[in-house]
Write a protein that binds this ligand. Sequence first.
Ligand code: HAM
Length: 444
Amino acid sequence: MSPKKKTPSAKLVKGMKDIVPAEQLIWDFVREKVKSAARDYGFTRIDTPIVEFTQLFKKSTGEDTDVVSKEMYSFVDQGGDRLSLRPETTPSVVRAYIEHGMLNQPQPVKMFYIGPQFRHDKPQAGRYRQFWQFGFEAIGDVDPIIDAQMIVMNYDILQDLGLDTEVQINSIGDKSCRPKYLKALTQYYKDKKKDLCADCTKRLVKNPLRLLDCKVKGCQELAAVAPQMIDYLCEECNKHFTAVLEYLDEAEVKYNLNPKIVRGLDYYTRTAWEIVEANEEGKLQALGGGGRYDELVGLLGGRGDTPAVGFAMGMERIINKMKEKQVELPAPRRSDVYIAQLGAEARRKGLKLLMELRRGGLTVSEDLSKNGLKGQLELADKKCARYALILGQKEIVDETILIRDMESGVQETVDYKKVVKEVHKRLASQLTEKCLKIKKMKKS
Ligand code: HAM
């Protein structure tokens, strides 16, 4: 780091993003949909630390991948350990699976996560240095129905979020058939080296598969007519992939066979998929992707033949897409009651009342620092409160409180001690009225 670099004290770090209160409605909406899909498909949440040993990502994500070689936030801590902020969560989930002996649980172990990831990439539309992912991993089952279930769930969640997407899918084989394909691919590029970009020249030696998803035009033209993995799949991989596609047909999930889906991380085997959409700048960007990784558990020291499959989605990209498509969100929950107080004594009581109402199971809003009834009732209206509870000098003396129906304007004095019960009674009778109205409408 340059010693001259000044650190501004009140400025957001480049590539990072605040999720301000006004945005929480859409973020909560996405998080809730993810959690509800997880419940329905039988996945349990796992939270792993943001910091892991750098070696974990070197070994699993891959030392020569862009993510590990160029983009990781790595440091040596006070104890001398080489650590990194996670650039993805799949390696951490596999580490946890091994360390917690999850092999002894019924397989597959199905887990999901929601959390921030860190990649020191070049920031642009939809690309951040801290970004959020939700991801699902199913460890311990090789059956193609699990691949299909993951893809169906991935598709289903996006549909739930108002996004009608298409899955781009490929099979990248396994250790028995991929070497033959890589040989053919390298052979194809042998006399085309001079037409490759600088990165692809290196990829040709280190990771030839990645030549297929280079974004440089000249390289894309060469990739378009390069040999395809699908023609080199061994019988087992071919059978597996055919079965995945048949299950997807049965589930009526829209997919496209795309031989260029090879994924940028080292651990994938067999099924690989991505969901790609144009960003605000019109550039194609993946909303998410995943695949099978049958060798990773063994590679990290777990039982060698433990298969796995999973995917992760970029939450900022999904949310940007939802905004672009103007996906309608549910209205924020209205509060049951608003506390309006007049005078110092009432304000003092207001704080305790707030606690009592909350403990009584009511959602409460207030502006305890404000004076004047008119202003407070306007605020109650703005916050869509169902009832206002008005506490003035007279009510303090009488040990009562005024309940004002914010829709009809009707006010009623009730015993202060019974206020929680009284509000619940009114809310319940309102629900019954609503129900009767709906029944009447259905009959007529
Ligand atoms: P990935 O393709 O590296 O896969 O990332 C998944 C998604 O994270 C991307 O498609 C994208 O939406 C989002 N993403 C990645 N980098 C950025 C960024 N800099 N800014 C904003 N969003 C970004 C994985 O991470 C694998 N762990 C997926 C997986 C799970 N495979 C098996 N299980």
